[in-house]
Design a protein around this ligand. Sequence first.
Ligand code: PLP
Length: 353
Amino acid sequence: MKRHNFSAGPCVLPKQVIMKASEALLDFDNGLSLIEISHRSKPFVDVMEKARALALELLGLEGKGYKALFLQGGASTQFLMVALNLLEKRAGYLNTGTWSAKAIKEAKIYDDIYEVASSKNANYNYIPKGFDVPSDYDYFHCTSNNTIFGTQMKSFPKIDIPMVCDMSSDIFSRTLDFSQFDLIYAGAQKNMGPAGTTLVVIKEDILGKVSRKIPSMMDYKVHIDKGSMFNTPPVFAVYTSMLTMQWLKDLGGIKAIEAENEKKATLMYSEIDLNPLFKGFAAKEDRSIMNATFTLENENLKETFDAMVQEAGINGINGHRSVGGYRASMYNALSLDSVKVLVEVMSELESKA
Ligand SMILES: Cc1ncc(COP(=O)(O)O)c(C=O)c1O
C-alpha cells in the first residue's frame, strides 16, 4: 500500500535520497560503509564541504560573510548556544509558540530577556505584529514557522541589530531575503535529513562580542575554525542532508519547491475552509505552508475519519497535544498527490456525514 507521510518530524524525505543514503551505508568508498570510515578521510571531508556550500548556495548567502555549520544536539541546543555566544546584556524574543518559549527559557539562564510580543494568550494561534524591537538590544530572536500551532511569519521586522531565526520547520521551503538574518538554525529532521544534525548559518561578524568564556563545544567560532569538524560529526545525518540539498538544487532550488509547497497548502486550506466538518486552527493570514492545523467540528466523527485516514495509507496527521485535532505537515518531499489523497478523504467524510 502506498503510504502518505504527513508526519511533523522526523518526516518524509525524497525516496531517491533515502535510496542513495542506504547504498552509502553498504558501500560508500570502495566497499567501506559511510559509517565506518574516518570523518577525516577525504571522501567524508568532501561531503561536509559540499553540504556546507550547498546550504549557503540554496539560501543565496555565498560570498556574504556567512558560514554554514552542521552541529549536534538538535535545534534545542541552539536555544542556549545563541545566548551563550550573543547575549551580553539583553535580547528581545518574539514568543510565537512552544519552541520560542523554550528558546526564551534557555536564554534567561544567561541574561535578561524581553518578550517583544507574545500570542500565548490565544494558544499561539496567530503571529503578533506591530511590535517594537529596541535598537540597543544584543539581538532579536524569532521562530519563522511554529510547527505545533501551524503559524508562520510572513514578514520580519526591519531592525538594525542581529536577527536570529529558528527555521527548523520551514528551512528551504520558501524564498526569503535570507541576508536579513544574521543567524539561522534548523534541526535537519524536517526539510533536510534524518535527526542528528542541525544546520547553523551564521554571519561571522556578529561573533566575539560577549565577555563570558564559552565552552569549546558551545562556541560557534571554534566550530567555524575547525570547518564544522571540531569533534566527530554525525556523518550519516550530514551525508543525507547533503543529498537532500542536492535534490533540491537539481529541482530548481527554493523557488521551484516554493511553487509546489504553495499548491499543496492552497489545496489543503481550501478543503479545510470549504468543508463544514473541519475548522482551521491558525489565523488565516498567518497560516503555515508547512503545517496545517485543523479540528473536526463534530468529535463524534473522529472514529470514522481516523479509520478512513488509515485505510487511505495516510500517516502522521494527529495534532500535537497542545492543539488537539489534526496537523498535516507538508514538507518539501511530500507530493501534491499525497495532499490530494487526504483532501479526498476529508470530502468523502462530508458526503458520508
Ligand atoms: C520550530 C522548532 N524549533 C525547535 C525544535 C526542536 O528541535 P530538536 O528536537 O532538533 O531539538 C523543533 C522540533 O520540532 C521545532 O519544530
